[in-house]
Design a protein. Structure first.
Length: 200
């Protein structure tokens, strides 16, 4: 998908609406710094409190503004499979380079449920899917063997790992090898994850 730095960008607001001129300035700073990708509508972008219309407007704007100058990864994961499918399909149609799919929060599904959820999305879109594991926020951890099963799908290409568990990440790398790129979701673990073969 990419190798290097992907900025999880904030969503600027003004009087309760997205401030697109400020968004452009933020994107300009990232592009000038030479980032490899922008993650829009992720945790840092406050996606959990945005409406679907706001998310999709911001994704479309970011894709158009970046215009191939870096990858655009759209956060489209929710705790509802059908909702995640809908957002992912629209993001793909807008030209997003990949979708970032957080584990279904609150529901506490099984690992088999996780597999069914992610495969449903991966089957529905024609762009790469990046799994997002952040159990401190969602209450759900993707187990290494689950990663292995998911990595067999051609559209599931990478994982943003924010579990904080380096031994688990080492196991994921051992099981999946080059079948699944791993990105650090925690700034303080970038170097250890790169030492395990992570991509950024």
């Amino acid at each position: 998908m990419f190798e290097g730095v992907a900025t999880a960008i904030v969503t600027p607001f003004n009087q309760g609406t997205i401030d697109f001129p400020v968004m452009n300035r933020l994107l300009d700073l990232q592009l000038a710094a030479g980032v490899d990708a922008i993650v829009v509508c992720g945790t840092t972008g406050e996606a959990s409190t945005m409406t679907d219309n706001e998310k999709l407007a911001l994704i479309a704007h970011t894709v158009q503004y970046c215009a191939g100058r870096c990858k655009v990864i759209a956060g489209t994961g929710t705790n509802d499979t059908a909702h995640s499918l809908q957002l992912s399909r629209v993001a793909a149609s807008m030209g997003a380079d990949a979708v970032l799919m957080v584990t279904p929060y609150y529901n506490k599904c099984t690992q088999a449920g996780l597999i069914a959820h992610y495969l449903s999305v991966a089957d529905a879109v024609n762009i790469p899917v990046i799994l997002y594991n952040v159990p401190s926020r969602t209450g759900m951890n993707i187990q290494p063997k689950t990663y292995l099963e998911l990595s067999k799908h051609p559209n599931i290409v990478a994982a943003k790992e924010a579990s904080g568990n380096i031994s688990q990440i080492a196991m994921i790398r051992s099981l999946c090898g080059d079948g699944l790129d791993i990105y650090s979701g925690n700034d303080d673990q970038i170097v250890p994850i790169l030492s395990l073969g992570g991509k950024g």
